[in-house]
Design a protein around this ligand. Sequence first.
Ligand SMILES: NC(=O)c1ccc[n+]([C@@H]2O[C@H](COP(=O)([O-])OP(=O)(O)OC[C@H]3O[C@@H](n4cnc5c(N)ncnc54)[C@H](OP(=O)(O)O)[C@@H]3O)[C@@H](O)[C@H]2O)c1
Length: 238
Amino acid sequence: MREVVVTGGGTGIGYAIAAAFVSLGDRVTITGRREHVLKDAAARLGAEYLPFNAASPLAVKEAAARLPQRVDVLVNNAGGNTNLDRAKSDEDLMDVAEAWWANLNANLMSAVLVTTALTPRLTQRVVTIGSIAARGTGSGSYGAAKAAIEAWTADLAAELGPRGITANVVSPGLIVETEFFRGRLTDEGVKRRVEGTRNGRAGTPSDVADTVLFLASPGARHLTGQVVHVNGGAYLGR
Ligand SMILES: NC(=O)c1ccc[n+]([C@@H]2O[C@H](COP(=O)([O-])OP(=O)(O)OC[C@H]3O[C@@H](n4cnc5c(N)ncnc54)[C@H](OP(=O)(O)O)[C@@H]3O)[C@@H](O)[C@H]2O)c1
């Protein structure tokens, strides 16, 4: 039985990833900041849960002591576009800095801190959830944070490779049925994004989860340092 940790596993893509590992008989621990969300999700999944802020060095350090002592698969899924939670201000430099730090913290630092804390006990796989926003334009600090994940993963693959551990990014396009858009995704927004795909549909959390399962499988042992795009062809990573 593998020990799997999925950050942000209480909702959306992370929940589907956790469910996919549970269905294979793995022992899964989900994390996130909201305890009630995690508690409910863990009960439905048959998973363990641990609430902590993955972007806080102190919280991660404390949580590490309570996470499994062996982690076969780490999925850094926690994140989101923090600009969707803020009023936009491009003039005040303090606001600009705070907005950028928020996205870098939520998406980049969360993955860096959790992975670093767990590095000595990792055995097989690290998968980090990126975004099509890293390769497109228009999403500012969110896209920049997801792009930084790709650069960091390239180094991580080299660091962990000698131990037989792979590190990859799964980079989704539009995925519906998550809390990402904070209920503000319009039909027009979906239509515009779907029109950009080659298969004419939006992605689902299980599209991402199935890709993560493959990367965690023995068949993906020689696949490392890569960005795997899961977007219906909306961006071609060739
Ligand atoms: N949906 C899309 O279209 C899409 C596309 C490309 C990439 N992604 C990426 O996919 C990942 C999952 O997003 P989702 O779409 O499933 O949205 P979601 O439902 O909002 O899930 C994000 C999860 O991350 C957790 N989280 C956020 N910040 C955290 C922090 N600082 N510490 C601990 N947990 C944190 C949230 O829980 P708490 O709020 O309780 O902490 C939540 O459970 C994100 O990295 C997102 O950027 C999504």
